[in-house]
Design a protein around this ligand. Structure first.
Ligand code: CA
Length: 227
């Protein structure tokens, strides 16, 4: 899951980023409103954490602009003020939830999880494809009764594939969801990670159906259906 943080106070932005990355979310940070809007429009995020008062363009304007463009990513608005007016204005502008500063990271995380669960049930804790299961709250991956240990990136990659099981996912989609926008991705980076993942998910189970498939010329797909 990829989250955009738009917050001009570097300290707050960086601590949110660090906390979310520890929870295995991929994050990008914009320190002003203009860059925030550019990223929100140009990249593919699952959630935006948006500060209300920002240089460049304020949070409410960003909210309204995104909704006008028919971009319906969940938005969690942060603000230093907690008056009723602010709350109403924020929700009217199209924010999905509202958090008053200062807040505990745990509270932010709870809101983030709730928002990611809400729209398309994309954040159910346990994903399964056949007998392969991945739990996004405990980070456990199992195939049958055997537990599989994955690195953070492998986990993110498998989670992304499993959320779109039985659908072809392109390399670009993988790069956009599993890596930050400013990371240098070599052309074969995705392939390298995919090979690691296959070794752990499929190759150590030679008697079982290979779940991760290459769709030549298009990308990858995870499925437990026979081809
Ligand atoms: Ca601010």
């Amino acid at each position: 899951m990829k989250i955009l943080i738009v917050e001009d106070e570097h300290k707050i932005a960086n601590s949110i980023k660090k906390g979310l990355e520890q929870e295995n979310y991929v994050t990008d940070v914009a320190y002003d409103g203009t860059q925030g809007l550019d990223l929100a429009v140009g990249e593919d995020y699952d959630l935006i954490i948006l500060d209300r008062l920002l240089p460049g363009m304020d949070g409410l304007t960003i909210c309204t602009t995104l909704r006008k463009k028919q971009i319906h990513i969940p938005i969690l608005l942060l603000t230093a003020k907690g008056q009723l007016n602010d709350r109403v204005e924020g929700l009217n502008a199209g924010a999905d939830d509202y958090l008053v500063k200062p807040f505990a990271f745990e509270e932010l995380l709870a809101r983030v999880r709730a928002l990611l669960r809400r729209p398309q049930k994309t954040a159910e804790n346990k994903l399964t494809v056949g007998e392969l299961s991945l739990d996004t709250s405990t980070f456990q991956v199992e195939r049958g009764t055997k537990s599989i240990t994955l690195s953070q990136k492998e986990f993110a990659l498998l989670e992304y594939l499993m959320r779109h099981a039985n659908k072809v996912i392109t390399k670009d989609q993988i790069i956009n969801h599993v890596w930050n926008y400013d990371t240098d991705i070599l052309p074969n980076t995705v392939e390298v990670y995919m090979t690691h993942l296959r070794n752990k998910v499929d190759r150590i189970f030679p008697d079982k159906l290979a779940l991760i498939r290459t769709v030549r010329g298009f990308g990858y797909m995870i499925s437990d259906k026979e081809v």
